[in-house]
Design a protein around this ligand. Structure first.
Ligand code: TXA
Ligand code: MG
Length: 333
């Protein structure tokens, strides 16, 4: 990502066009957040349901006027602690936010990304940038420019290539517009870390770690939609130790054309079955997960057997994505 390509991207954004760009979490598909027509282009390019609002990305520094109605005291401390970085805050929407961005809600999601290229683009454009993940709706989020190309080639004029995203899972989303801070999407910034700044651990939103009951109201529209799914069918296997290894083997042996995605340490115990290591620890597994789901499709597997982890720390985010990729099809060892 050199100066001229950032300038070109900024020009496209200012003219109402779309640009894909890297962040520290995943690639985003950006448009001028203050231009309703430009924002509509994002929904068209992704095939995104109209009722799913977008995150507005900001350069570091002062919050521009008119984006939020009020900044609750709780937001101030979190912004100081975690911005720029992978934390999105849902706040009462200000008058400058077009309806298409908030999908008609009275709130708006804001984040200031830590990625230097993303910050350079925000500065060059001189605009807040609305950006969902730059995948076709429903597919795993893109963690490399090639993934964006796969999904959106021909639909957008420019992809800024910043290599592989450092974190690999989308930002933590925290709703501060309701009485009690509520986690809507877990990410690298954990419940425990948020709690340390807030003085109290946030609530976990309904529907985040289990399916919503039929007719139950979703605290975030994103919870209603299918996500992160490769074409292959995904089964999530939860458990520990020998029981987990045995269940992964059983699932594989009972399926055709399957692959196991698991921690590196388990690979040797599963051989000679087809398996792909996601890494040595949860940080590495988070970074590798979406690319591995896409890779399974590319290799032509029809079933992915995914190893679960404990729902703590970053493991909560990994399991949130895994549960959704699996459409909540789980097996407990
Ligand atoms: O890491 C990230 O957050 C990436 C990068 C590009 O910054 N962006 C991203 O955007 O993941 P997207 O659109 O794929 O996910 C945004 C999530 C959705 O689940 C959406 O429903 C939720 O945030 N969201 C956005 N605005 C909201 C609002 N006002 N109230 C509740 N949920 C909201
Ligand atoms: Mg997304």
């Amino acid at each position: 990502m050199d100066g001229p390509s950032i300038e070109e991207a900024a020009g496209i954004l200012r003219a109402g066009g779309l640009v894909a760009f890297p962040t520290e979490t995943v690639y985003g598909l950006g448009a001028n957040a203050l231009d309703e027509e430009a924002v509509r282009g994002i929904f068209r390019a992704k095939g995104r349901p109209q009722d799913n609002p977008l995150i507005v990305h900001l350069p570091k520094g002062e919050l521009p006027a008119g984006l939020v109605l009020a900044l609750p005291g709780s937001a101030q401390g979190l912004i100081e602690a975690f911005w720029p970085g992978p934390l999105t805050l849902v706040l009462p929407k200000g008058p400058k936010i077009p309806t298409a961005v908030s999908a008609g809600l009275s709130t708006v999601a804001l984040r200031s990304p830590a990625h230097e290229g993303a910050q350079a683009l925000l500065r060059a454009a001189g605009l807040p940038i609305a950006a969902p993940s730059a995948n076709a709706s429903g597919r795993p989020s893109p963690t490399r420019a090639e993934h964006v190309f796969e999904d959106l080639n021909g639909k957008i004029p420019l992809i800024l290539d910043g290599g592989a995203c450092e974190i690999g899972l989308e930002s933590t989303v925290l709703d501060l517009s309701c009485e009690e801070p509520t986690l809507l999407r877990p990410g690298l910034i954990t419940l425990e870390e948020l709690g340390a700044v807030l003085g109290k651990t946030p609530r976990l939103g309904r529907g985040v770690m289990q399916p919503l009951a039929a007719g139950e109201r979703a605290p975030s529209p994103g919870l209603l939609h299918r996500h992160y799914a490769p074409r292959a069918e995904v089964i999530l296997v939860r458990g520990e130790g020998e029981g987990l290894v045995q269940k992964l083997k059983d699932e594989y042996d009972g399926a055709e054309n399957a692959v196991i995605l698991c921690a590196d340490a388990l690979m040797r115990r599963l051989l000679p079955r087809s398996c792909r290591g996601l890494g040595a620890d949860e940080r590495q597994m988070a970074k590798a997960l979406f690319a591995a789901l896409r890779g399974a499709d590319e290799e032509g597997f029809s079933r992915v057997i995914l190893q679960g982890v404990a729902e703590e720390g970053l493991g909560l985010a990994l399991m949130n994505r895994a549960l959704r990729a699996a459409g909540f099809r789980t097996i407990d060892a």
